[in-house]
Design a protein. Structure first.
Lengths: 559, 336
């Protein structure tokens, strides 16, 4: 054997599509003096295979391995690798390290860098190899079971049968014996092994027996070499030199032209998988373009973060967003709205210039009654608000829930405060939505609508009828707010409570959103004068309104 | 959905497929270049009438994204659209004088051509005033998206209409042939959509935007649908239902996540509000070939007569797809 410290790097390349690109990468290695053995999947049509051979021509450092048909996760991938490695080691005695790559892998650094790196670590095997008891990333919860169950069905094409068969075996407690002395390990199938280790694996006296065992495993290409390397290697560095980012379905994410800057920050030597049409990536990394640019410091965490964020967007999405490709059911996402908001009911009837005062002490732009029957009372009487939301009541009432979620989404970052009460167009669905929204903070003065009525109209038959309606509506709303499904923060006062201690109540209502300095500077809003209100109340009672209405005005209702 | 409901939907789909065969009798082949279509090509299917001024930019826009062939039905153009299209090397053209309304607003013709030529391809079904914007469209061609959709096992890709409009009266800035329409119609409404789920077809029914805010303000329920699924990996079993807003089988309409996550989606920038709309409105009102007695066009004519500005203080000016994604109008999902 020629496992010398000065051995060169040999490449094994497993190819099945985009052969033009594979040939381009092969040429990159050949030009750097690295022997290359290419395995062409047997599924590749003869014409395409021949075209690739013609494309590469004959080269003293190039050979083609025996062809297998490699389905995803099948044993044949391992067999193809074994044959190609065997050929490489036999034909090119100068090879010290063997790098296993695919036709969609792209070198991220010059070949000389990689050779220098390997020359500095002549005895080291670079293979991600994790003991199965520590492997937590696996799909479908199968880690140890990969080694102890039978897998006759294809996971991609016969998923149902695959799952059922696994289930049945679990029930029957089927457990294949793991041949001694193997200790199952798993990891990325893209590795770089020393000649010594690889030869030892290929020439292991028990190779036939191990093969019989691994043939039945699931995804043996992620475990065969990873397990055997543990037996034969002198020094394992358990990481892959090839960058692969998997999505949640276990498929490798593709790299495109716009990932160039991200890839330059990788600390890996190779990247997989490259989209075959990513011309800019191939042009850049297969030429000496990088040398002409100032060097960048590796920041692999940046790449991880980039893909983690994408994953999170797919699985959790952006809170409070309702759009064409994210439309969660009412209670199916963690957060129903884009940000916290405050609802004040009855405060404008009890306090002078409440809205103006609220804006002063909180620094927000409070709205009036967003659900007023005539039109939306945006802050300052605006006709349109953020997101081009119209003040038209007809449009709002067409989809009142989305009116609210739209507003909160369009103004995210700015706390929304608005008035809401029984005199508004109260939508049952919106009431439930707010009551079960953790972002909502709802402050209600029970019975304050009577003051609103008093300020608006003399007693008449129709006013009494309206009072009855408003009362019922308030009851319905409070019932929802006080149900056991409430998630919103809620404070309820009666009119009497407020009259008893107006400043205290007001301060408590804005305690979470007001700036203490502003609160000191502006004080609290004064109560509206209530001269003559008691007579109005009396007249209303005598007109036949329900007695519950009047409880809100009698002393401190909580006592 | 009940078994009965599913049987009904299947019957509806078969009826659609049968109907399009019948309605295809009125299609007359003008120029056939379909033998140029290669197996993995992305194809565009279009119905149009008198759109000559828009055609150069439209064709170039999609050529640049990687559309290989355009299959177009010309519904009786008199402005030279057909002659222009015949001269394009990547266009196959059919023409018909039959009623647009009678052909299910063009759906029957498209279903027929899709059945004949679309199967196995990723197809775009478009109007000439619709311009697809998808995640990374500034750096990745359309085939990158379709390859990825294939790898994810997805058969359809949603892209809702986003109505674009100019600042000032619509007719103030005349559109020149070949010009990017969004140099003029640069503005849009970013956050006033109304979305409901349609239980029968499983699609989202999206309304809103400037057409609801201004043109249909007094009858918001009549505002046109904005949801679309323009990019589909076609099969002979598929058909558009009553319009290009709904596909059958209905699984194709499910281009959204309903558990809180986001699917990748795009936007069709809608260049309807250019000065050309004045002429178009006059013509379409006279023909009455559009949905609900051309109600929409009657509303346009009323609003445009007042030379009302569609622009408002909270209109957003278009920059790029990343802006649309930040605003929550589209999503890259997990296509990183």
């Amino acid at each position: 054997m020629n496992a010398t410290a000065t051995g060169t790097l040999g490449i094994v390349m497993l190819c099945h599509t985009a052969l033009r690109r594979a040939a381009q990468v092969a040429r990159f290695w050949l030009e750097a003096g690295c022997p290359v053995v290419i395995h062409l999947d047997r599924a590749v049509p003869a014409a395409e295979a021949q075209a690739m051979r013609d494309d590469l021509g004959s080269h003293p450092l190039l050979a083609f391995g025996p062809r297998h048909r490699c389905d995803w996760g099948s044993w044949h991938l391992v067999a193809a690798t074994q044959d190609a490695c065997d050929l490489l080691l036999r034909q090119f005695p100068q090879v010290g390290h063997v790098l296993l790559t695919s036709g969609a892998c792209l070198p991220l650094r010059p070949a000389t860098d990689m050779q220098a790196y390997l020359a500095a670590h002549p005895q080291t095997d670079f293979i991600e190899s994790v003991a199965i008891e520590h492997a937590t990333w696996t799909m479908g919860g199968l880690s140890e079971e990969r080694f102890t169950l039978y897998f006759p069905f294809n996971w991609h094409k016969q998923r149902w049968a695959f799952d059922q068969f696994v289930e049945v075996q679990r029930k029957l407690r089927i457990r294949r014996e793991i041949p001694r002395p193997l200790r199952p390990h798993m990891g990325s199938q893209w590795w770089c092994l020393t000649r010594a280790t690889l030869s030892a694996i290929l020439n292991d006296p028990k190779r036939k027996r191990y093969e019989r065992y691994f043939r039945r495993n699931w995804i043996p290409d992620e475990s065969y070499f990873q397990t055997l390397a543990r037996m034969h290697a002198r020094a394992i560095e358990s990481r892959s030199l090839t960058l692969v980012k998997f999505d949640r379905n276990g498929r490798p994410n593709l790299f495109y032209d716009d990932h160039l800057h991200l890839l330059r920050r990788s600390d890996c030597f190779m990247a997989r998988k490259i989209w075959p049409e990513a011309n800019r990536l191939y042009d850049f990394f297969l030429s000496d373009a990088a040398r002409k640019l100032p060097p960048v410091a590796p920041e692999p965490a940046k790449i991880d973060r980039y893909f983690e964020l994408a994953e999170r967007q797919r699985t959790q999405g952006r809170a409070g967003l309702y759009m064409q490709s994210r439309f969660p059911g009412i209670d199916s996402s963690a957060s129903k709205t884009a940000g916290p908001y405050s609802v004040f009911s009855g405060f404008d009837h009890m306090f002078e210039h409440f809205e103006h005062w609220l804006g002063q002490v909180t620094g927000t732009r409070p709205h009036g009654h967003l659900y007023a029957p005539e039109r939306v009372q945006f802050h300052g009487g605006a006709k349109v608000w953020h997101g081009a939301i119209s003040d038209s009541a007809a449009i709002r009432d067409y989809n009142p829930r989305m009116f609210l979620t739209n507003l909160l989404w369009a103004t995210r970052g700015e706390r929304q405060c608005f008035a809401y009460g029984p005199e508004d167009t109260m939508d049952h669905e919106v009431n439930w939505f707010m009551a079960t929204d953790t972002n909502a903070e709802i402050h209600v003065i029970r019975g304050a609508w009577v003051l609103g009525l008093w300020q608006r109209a003399e007693i008449s038959e129709s006013v009494v009828a309206e009072a009855g309606r408003l009362h019922r509506r308030e009851q319905d709303w409070l019932e929802i707010l006080q149900s056991r499904w409430r998630m919103a923060r809620l404070q309820v006062w009666s009119v009497a409570d407020i009259r008893h201690a107006p400043e205290l109540a007001l301060k408590k209502a804005v305690s979470e959103i007001a700036d203490p300095v502003a609160l000191t500077a502006h004080g609290t809003a004064p109560l509206r004068p209530l001269d003559g209100f008691d007579a109005y109340l009396l007249a209303l009672r005598n007109a036949g309104l329900a007695p519950q209405v009047f409880k809100n005005f009698q002393g401190d209702a909580r006592r | 959905m009940s078994v009965l409901g599913q049987i009904r939907l299947r019957a509806e789909r078969h009826a659609k497929l049968f109907r399009c065969l019948r309605k295809s009798a009125s299609l007359r082949l003008r120029t056939k270049r379909t033998d140029m279509i290669r197996p993995r090509d992305i194809l565009a299917f279009v119905t149009l009438r008198n759109e000559l001024i828009r055609l150069p930019y439209f064709l170039d826009y999609y050529r640049a994204q990687g559309v290989r062939h355009f299959l177009i039905v010309d519904n009786g153009s008199t402005d030279g659209s057909a002659e222009y299209l015949e001269a394009q090397r990547d266009v196959s053209l059919w023409s018909t004088e039959a009623s647009y309304k009678g052909a299910g607003y063009g759906v029957d013709w498209l279903n027929h051509l899709l059945w004949l030529y679309g199967a196995g391809h990723w197809v775009l079904v478009l109007d000439v005033d619709e311009f697809l914007v998808y995640p990374f469209c500034d750096t990745r061609p359309l085939s990158a998206l379709t390859d990825w959709l294939d790898s994810q096992g997805r058969r359809s890709f949603g892209a809702m209409l986003l109505d674009m409009y100019p600042k000032g009266p619509v007719s103030a800035q005349p559109y020149r042939s070949g010009q990017n329409p969004f140099e003029i119609a640069r503005w849009f409404d970013a956050g006033n959509l109304s979305i409901r789920r349609n239980a029968k077809y499983q699609n989202l029914w999206i309304q809103g935007g400037v057409r609801q805010r201004v043109i249909m303000a007094d009858a918001p329920h009549k505002a046109p649908a904005l949801n679309k699924t323009p990019l589909v990996r076609w099969s002979r079993k598929y058909a558009y239902a009553s319009s290009t807003h709904t596909l059958l089988p209905r699984g194709l309409n499910k281009v959204y996540d309903d558990t809180g996550g986001e699917f990748a989606s795009g936007v069709l920038l809608h260049a309807k509000f250019l000065d050309t709309i004045v002429e178009k409105t006059r013509e379409e009102m006279a023909r009455g070939e559009h949905y609900a007695g051309s109600r929409e066009y009657r509303a346009y004519s009323r609003i445009l007569a007042q030379t009302q500005d569609l622009w408002c203080d909270w209109s957003s000016e278009y920059i790029n797809w990343r802006q649309l994604e930040i605003l929550g109008l589209m999503s890259k999902g997990d296509w990183a």
